[in-house]
Design a protein around this ligand. Structure first.
Ligand code: BGC
Length: 699
């Protein structure tokens, strides 16, 4: 109501002025109150409407202009690490922390909430997203958005939709059947929106079935605004609006970074408005949606003011998140945790003497006090990302602190034989292996770059007690796996990452992360063995690429579902992760009918306290006659040694259904449904069958 009254009080010019924002880096106009970051939309002081000061992104305040003045922010570990925690509370707390920093720096919009599915493990932004499963990704991203918005900061959810690779993102068409899209990428958005109520949705660069996301009426108007009854506003990605009139008529409510659209497409929404191409009724609705969210989230009544930030406390939040997200992939012969008897430790490679790796692009958080180390960008990566940045959280120093009796030595890993010589004379060798990825920079393949496989082989040959710590954007191949003692996936570890890694290595914390993406044995196992568009020349940032289509013929069988459907054995399955203790699942009972309820017991049968992630999968019959293996619920639970808990899981009904695009309804096919209570997607676990009633329901 207040939004409607306010919208009616606006003059036409005032109304139109809030429908487009500038990209401060390129803008000639520098409003007096501009903080300067990702974007800015002027306010209307006459009516007490504050400006929208927009900052990237999901891992923390990424604010290049402030950074030039020497300001930084706290970085969470990558969103993939958050997803690996399988812990909604970790996601919420991370969101609340970065939201509070944004607010204390004077921003009121965070361009956070990346939830595109990891359809391709080579995607350069996989680290900004929450993995390959719609339920997991939607739930955790929704919680992170809730955390941000509880700080009275508007969050986005992005990039709507199916921006699942960076190569050719501005020119590719993601081609997929509508039902499959609703069951996969769009379901992740739907769940994230239900849980997080983001004020805004950011439409993507790519086309979907030939139509630009920001001008896709089926996507924006029919699905988002009608089917899902989304009350907020759709903002465009920066330079994603080739035709602003078509976009506004299709449901886009605000053009972001208008200089980029001007640069690339020679027109902006301001031109469309000036030429009378958008009816007043639509323009009013656009403005009302923006104002509605500014009221709903608290920006209008309580705009942000600059206040000091407790970076020490915030770094602890980032560290806890990373502890929860690290995944122990292998641990033979009790190599980990490092026992009290460990006298000499070789730390090798990955700049682990000074810091931990972060991912590049608009989500790049510049560390407080500057980078620990800056490496030059690899060939083919976008220059605007600046440099490869290592956060100043040294794993080596943290290992020294966590194992005070051990002598810790460092070798940079640039010469495998020197590294092997150090490993040979050490009790344990810990190799830090890195894979840098970025917005606009997909991995060419899944191998570790820069000869790191050779380094690991050499170290492992010198010392079988070799531990590999991976700091990667997503899955990588491990040709050396059989020869190393232990492997930890630490993702991009964030501001407290070095400490988190050391706590896990030393056994002060028990690893409890589980993979949110499948690690394949080779690219040949993927639906598209070669990354589409990777064979094309890469012209400059501002366009010139040749359009191409990516056919997502796996439909909604993304990631582990594809592996199950094709009966492929991955290197490590989705949901997988070890602990220093062991868990036992027993007494599964399920109730079917119109919903699925599962009850079971979980016991810590090992010697140390730890957390298990108990997963419930269903083999869902699909309308085309195959079955789709789907995660339908999970519980993460902390247990003391010997402790048993009786738990239940209620399945998410949309995961038991197919989306019938013609009828615009979810459809559960009745009959016997096979369920698995297990520890990962490739594990049969405890099997039960439930009788399902046939049912259809509205979105
Ligand atoms: C990215 C968005 C980001 C925006 C503003 C775009 O290039 O795709 O994720 O929020 O820039 O920096």
């Amino acid at each position: 109501m207040r939004a409607l009254l306010l919208q009616r009080a606006l003059t036409r010019d005032e109304r139109n002025s809030i429908l487009h924002g500038i990209f401060p880096e390129l803008s000639k106009s520098k409003p007096a109150d501009l903080i300067g970051s990702g974007g800015y939309v002027p306010g209307v002081p006459r009516l007490g409407i504050p400006p929208l000061q927009e900052t990237d992104a999901s891992l923390g305040v990424a604010n290049p202009r402030e950074v030039r003045k020497g300001d930084g922010a706290t970085a969470l570990p990558s969103s993939l690490s958050m997803a690996a925690s399988f812990d909604p509370q970790i996601a919420y707390q991370g969101g609340a922390m970065i939201g509070s920093e944004a607010r204390k720096k004077g921003f009121d919009v965070m361009l956070a909430g990346g939830v595109d599915l990891a359809r391709d493990p080579r995607c350069g932004r996989t680290f900004e997203y929450a993995g390959e499963d719609p339920l997991l990704a939607g739930t955790l991203v929704g919680e992170s958005i809730r955390g941000i918005q509880d700080q009275r900061i508007i969050s986005t959810v992005k990039h709507f939709a199916i921006n699942d690779q960076e190569t050719g993102r501005r020119v590719l068409s993601a081609d997929i059947d509508e039902g499959a899209l609703r069951e996969s990428d769009l379901l992740a958005f739907e769940i994230a929106i239900e849980r997080g109520h983001p004020g805004s949705v950011m439409c993507a660069y790519n086309r979907i079935n030939g139509v630009y996301s920001c001008a896709d009426r089926d996507l924006l108007d029919r699905t988002l605004k009608q089917d899902w009854r989304y009350p907020g506003w759709v903002m465009s990605d920066w330079g994603a609006v080739p035709d602003p009139t078509a976009a506004a008529l299709a449901g886009m409510d605000q053009e972001s970074g208008e200089e980029l659209d001007q640069l690339m497409f020679k027109r902006t929404i301001a031109d469309s408005i000036a030429q009378g191409q958008i009816p007043d009724k639509r323009l009013d609705d656009m403005a009302r949606r923006i104002l509605r969210e500014m009221f709903a989230i608290g920006v209008m009544d309580d705009p942000p003011t600059k206040t000091p930030i407790d970076y020490v406390a915030d770094t602890k939040v980032a560290e806890r998140a990373e502890v929860a997200g690290i995944v122990l992939l292998k641990n033979d012969r009790g190599v980990l945790s490092l026992g009290a008897g460990t006298r000499t430790i070789a730390v090798i490679g990955g700049h682990a003497d000074v810091g931990v790796l972060s991912g590049g692009g608009s989500s790049q958080v510049i560390p407080i006090g500057g980078a620990a180390f800056k490496a030059p960008l690899p060939k083919g990566s976008p220059e605007w990302t600046g440099a490869i940045i290592f956060d100043p959280s040294s794993p080596m120093k943290a290992i020294e602190a966590a194992a005070p009796k051990a002598l810790v030595s460092y070798d940079p890993g640039t010469d495998p034989s020197a590294a092997a010589a150090l490993a040979r004379k050490s009790d344990v060798a810990i190799v830090f292996a890195t894979q840098w990825l970025s917005e606009e920079y997909d991995a060419a393949n899944l191998s570790l770059p820069d000869g790191q496989d050779k380094l690991i082989e050499a170290v492992a040959a010198a010392n079988p007690r070799t531990v590999v710590v991976l700091e990667t954007g997503g899955p990588v191949l491990m040709p050396w796996l059989a020869r190393v003692g232990a492997v930890l996936e630490a993702w991009y570890p964030g501001s407290g990452g070095g400490e988190a890694i050391a706590e896990i290595l030393a056994g002060h914390e028990n690893p409890s992360g589980r993979l949110p993406v499948t690690f394949p044995q080779s690219e040949g196992q993927l639906p598209r063995p070669v990354l589409p568009g990777s064979d094309q020349p890469k012209p400059a940032y501002a366009g010139g690429e040749k359009p191409f289509d990516v056919r997502y013929s796996e439909g909604s069988d993304v990631g582990y579902r594809w592996f199950a459907a094709k009966m492929l054995k991955p290197l490590f399955p989705f949901g997988y992760g070890l602990s220093y203790t062991r868990f036992d699942h027993k007494n599964l009972s399920v109730r079917g009918g119109s919903a699925i309820d599962a009850e079971f017991d979980v016991t810590n049968v090992g010697a140390s306290p730890g957390a298990d992630v108990v997963q419930l999968y269903a083999d869902v019959p699909t309308s085309d006659g195959h079955t789709s293996h789907r995660l339908i619920g999970w519980r993460k639970v902390e247990l003391k040694p010997g402790e048993t808990r009786h738990l239940s899981i209620k399945a998410e009904p949309r995961l038991l259904a197919n989306f019938d695009a013609k009828a615009d309804r979810w459809k559960i096919l009745g009959g016997a449904l096979r369920l698995h209570l297990s520890s990962n997607a490739d594990d049969d676990g405890l099997v039960a069958t439930a009788a399902m009633a046939a049912e259809t329901f509205n979105p």
